[in-house]
Design a protein around this ligand. Structure first.
Ligand code: KG4
Ligand code: ZN
Length: 351
């Protein structure tokens, strides 16, 4: 009564993941989320030699690992098939081969076990994670920053998103990944840039801050990326060869600080545009890039200046995982939403 137990599968990029979460409906009309298990297999080692995610390799790795992860997720949760109320899976957006593996697996389970199927938009998974971890109410302002997406949205309800701004070129995570590649820092780029930046001087290089101060809250990162490339080339010529570790660190730190400036500016604009009532001034950051400590600290300060509560899920729930998909599935299912077995996987699927 009032408790939903959901298995969630995530296979849209380079993490294969399965998790069991519970959604408790409380007598007060509120709710509470509980993660019973969250099994993730990161394919980083499979893709690292190529410097990026190879779709074909990703799809095959999902096939290899998903079944085992599902068994593990159920075991760790001490939950049997009969305890499940529904199965949720990412149905897009993402690398289509991987999405097919996860969604078809979920359909097979749904059919075999007579369980309802909930098709989840991966972005909705990121968007609703803060309700699983912090139990926050609607509405809230959301900055969603991952490898494929950079968006500012007002999350009004399950399935209801008001988009305020988006990137007009690269996603934030993509910019981190490309800058990492330019300096041969390794894959995935975001954590590598953050690590390298630790010993760097962020004020050494002044880089362009695209769209900063402009109206609205769209982002642009391709000009910044080009500026970093030119800076690296110029420094290589000066150094007559490879960059020193100190130069790398200074470039990474300067780049990261620039991104922080741009994001803080865009978020400040979004807070004005969102115009949320006093009791609803909540600001959530989600997506893989939200694990960056420098960006977090900067956005936290922006929120504090403007009287917003600041909410960031723990790192392992910011990067791709199964719990966020199970939770989004639980939220949808609690509202009576489910999908037929004829649902199609989607490579592109805006929120
Ligand atoms: O949400 P996510 O795990 O997958 C997508 O849905 O894209 O995000 C992955 C992205 C990658 O671009 C990765 O480089 C970036 O998030 N990322 C970071 C950090 N950790 C992951 N970017 C900056 N700093 C980090 N610490
Ligand atoms: Zn993601």
């Amino acid at each position: 009564e009032g408790v939903l137990t959901i298995l969630g599968l995530e296979t849209s990029c380079d993490e294969t993941a399965a998790a069991v979460v519970r959604r408790h409906a409380e007598e007060s009309g509120g709710f509470r989320g509980e993660i019973l298990s969250n099994a993730v297999f990161s394919q980083i080692r499979e893709h690292a030699p190529y410097g990026g995610v190879v779709p074909e390799i990703a799809a095959r790795a999902h096939i290899e690992h998903l079944d085992g992860l599902i068994v593990r997720a159920l075991e760790e949760a001490h939950v049997g098939w009969d305890d499940l109320d529904a199965i949720a899976a990412t149905a897009g957006p993402g690398l289509i081969g991987g999405v097919i593996v996860g969604l078809m697996t979920a359909k097979g389970i749904a059919l075999a076990r007579g369980l309802p199927l909930v098709a989840v938009n991966h972005l909705e998974g990121h968007a609703l994670t803060a309700r699983l971890t912090d139990g926050i109410a609607f509405p809230y302002l959301l900055l969603l920053v991952s490898g494929g997406h950079s968006q500012l949205l007002v999350v009004e309800d399950v399935g209801r998103y008001r988009r305020l701004g988006t990137t007009i070129d690269d996603a934030v995570g993509e910019a981190f990944d490309k800058v990492a590649k330019m300096m041969h820092l390794g894959f995935p780029g975001g954590p590598a840039v953050e690590r390298t930046a630790k010993t760097g001087d962020a004020s050494r290089f002044h880089l362009p801050r695209p769209l900063m101060g402009k109206p609205g809250c769209d982002f642009s990162f391709s000009g910044l990326k080009t500026a970093v490339r030119q800076l690296i080339e110029a420094q290589r010529i000066e150094a007559e060869g490879e960059l020193t570790d100190q130069l790398r660190a200074d470039i990474a730190a300067s780049f990261q600080a620039t991104v922080a400036d741009v994001l803080a500016d865009r978020v400040a604009h979004a807070m004005e545009m969102a115009n949320l009532p006093e009791g609803s001034r909540r600001f959530v950051v989600a997506g893989g890039v939200a694990s960056n400590q420098t960006l977090r600290a900067r956005l936290e300060a922006t929120a504090a200046e403007r009287g917003y509560d600041f909410i960031v899920p723990p790192v392992k729930l910011c990067t791709d995982n199964g719990a966020m998909i199970a939770w989004a599935g639980a939220e949808r299912f609690a509202m009576g939403m489910e999908d037929g077995l004829d649902i199609s996987p989607l490579a592109r699927w805006p929120l």
